[in-house]
Ligand binder design. Structure first.
Ligand SMILES: [Zn+2]
Length: 148
């Protein structure tokens, strides 16, 4: 995935509504040649050559906005990573500290994207959701450690 470093702020314009925010994130994805398709889970599809974001259809517009921002965050964060982290992706980062770092960085970019769209999107509900997700990753990480 060859992407430019960071986010050009002018690519994401301020919006008032969640719906308009979703349109903006789809436009941003288009500019980076990233497809956003319906899926069974929210993820950056690991099976495709070109970046494909899959987003569950049966979730609120608000959660779609948060999850698209997060998956875009994964792509935007790639340019910041040291070689060691990128190598660990090739060898499957599942359950490793690098995976935790990747999730954390992706949420940090989601914060930036959402605040660029509308400072109000960086809401208490969003932050709560982000930390629910982070807690899940840590729980998986801890379980993995216990297994190993
Ligand atoms: Zn993630």
């Amino acid at each position: 995935m060859e992407l430019r470093r960071g986010i050009n702020a002018s690519l994401v314009v301020k919006v008032r509504t969640i719906k308009a925010g979703l349109i903006q994130l789809h436009r941003l994805a288009d500019l980076y040649n990233i497809a956003i398709l319906p899926g069974r889970v929210n993820e950056l599809d690991p099976t495709t050559d070109e970046p494909v974001i899959r987003i569950r259809t049966n979730q609120s517009q608000r959660k779609k906005l948060w999850n698209i921002a997060h998956e875009l965050g994964h792509i935007l964060a790639i340019n910041d990573y040291p070689a060691e982290l990128l190598e660990s992706f090739n060898a499957s980062a599942s359950g490793t500290f690098w995976e935790l770092e990747d999730e954390l960085q992706a949420w940090s970019y989601a914060d930036i994207l959402l605040r660029q769209l509308n400072p109000k999107f960086y809401s208490r509900e969003y932050i709560k959701y982000k930390h629910q997700c982070l807690r899940t990753y840590y729980r998986q990480h801890i379980n993995k450690e216990k297994e190993g």
